[in-house]
Design a protein around this ligand. Structure first.
Ligand code: GTP
Ligand code: MG
Length: 264
């Protein structure tokens, strides 16, 4: 992995907002430590929460020794539950912006300010890092790109807003979306459906160009057969979600809060 600390141009992170980086991680020993270290090298002092999703390897220990705060789930909840745990933490601890960043090294921490900027400035409720808006080295297999295109077209059609990379897991959420995702978040393959839910509340989604690398090690959850299942399931989910119609923002967190005992 390229060390981003070596970059000559270092972008600025907005200083007026409290930002937490949520890193969902399942058996990512070998990359999670590098992801945390790389993020800390580019933005020292940034709060990083690794949600260890019941890993069977040394993910939690590696993340901790790289300087992250770690929440260890007692068993594997899947990507949706892991990310939602991060949003619960962001809500309970009063963060203004929560960014999701994958533990497999696909997302470049140098792009964090591009995602955080519009949310911190109140110009977006959710920013989505798009690998298709900027030329970069990312090249998914053709079948997968076709699936991504289909989902992006479906989500664009249903939300009335052209989006190009609806499966991206590199995103930043402002207070209203943090509240919303902390209360409800799809279980698996959650990204496209969660965008539809955000738009149903009349909230603003903005795509920003980011670089995207191939996963640095470990195994993808998405095998060829699973990608067919993924596309059918997510297409159904986004259509059902859109059918529910418009909802008022602000009514998402109605359950009693169970505060995390150790917010920073
Ligand atoms: N596979 C998998 N990943 C999880 C789970 N819980 C959390 N994650 C994390 O979620 C992030 C995204 O998972 P990936 O398997 O990389 O999904 P992806 O980026 O769409 O797929 P690739 O492009 O093949 O890497 C990674 O940081 C995982 O470690 C889980 O139950 N299964
Ligand atoms: Mg990945």
């Amino acid at each position: 992995m390229k060390n981003m600390a070596e970059n000559s141009h270092k972008p600025n992170m907005p200083t007026t907002s409290r930002v937490v980086v949520i890193v969902p991680a399942y058996n990512e020993e070998g990359t999670v430590g590098r992801v945390v270290a790389e993020t800390r090298a580019v933005f020292p002092g940034l709060e990083i929460l690794v949600v260890d999703d019941g890993s069977m390897d040394g993910t939690a220990a590696e993340a901790r020794s790289a300087g992250a705060r770690v929440v260890e789930l007692p068993f594997n909840l899947g990507i949706g539950g892991a990310v939602q745990t991060g949003y619960r933490y962001a809500l309970e601890c009063g963060y203004d912006v929560a960014v999701q960043l994958d533990a497999d090294g696909q997302h470049d921490p140098a792009d964090l300010p591009r995602l955080v900027g519009p949310v911190a400035a109140g110009e977006a409720d959710l920013t989505v890092g798009s690998r298709f808006l900027a030329p970069n080295g990312y090249r998914a297999p053709v079948s997968r790109r076709a699936g991504m295109l289909l989902l992006s077209l479906a989500v664009s059609f249903l939300t009335g807003h052209r989006l190009y990379d609806t499966t991206s897991g590199y995103r930043a959420a402002g207070p209203r979306v943090i509240q919303m995702f902390a209360a409800h978040y799809p279980t698996d393959y959650p990204e496209p459906e969660s965008i539809v839910a955000v738009r149903r509340r009349g909230l603003k989604v903005v795509e920003v160009p980011v670089g995207m690398r191939s996963r640095q090690a470990g195994f993808s959850s998405i095998t060829p057969w699973r990608s067919v299942y993924y596309i059918v399931k997510v297409l159904l989910a986004v259509f059902v979600s859109a059918l529910r119609g418009r909802e008022e923002p602000g009514n998402d967190w109605q359950r009693p809060r169970i505060p995390f005992d150790s917010c920073r």
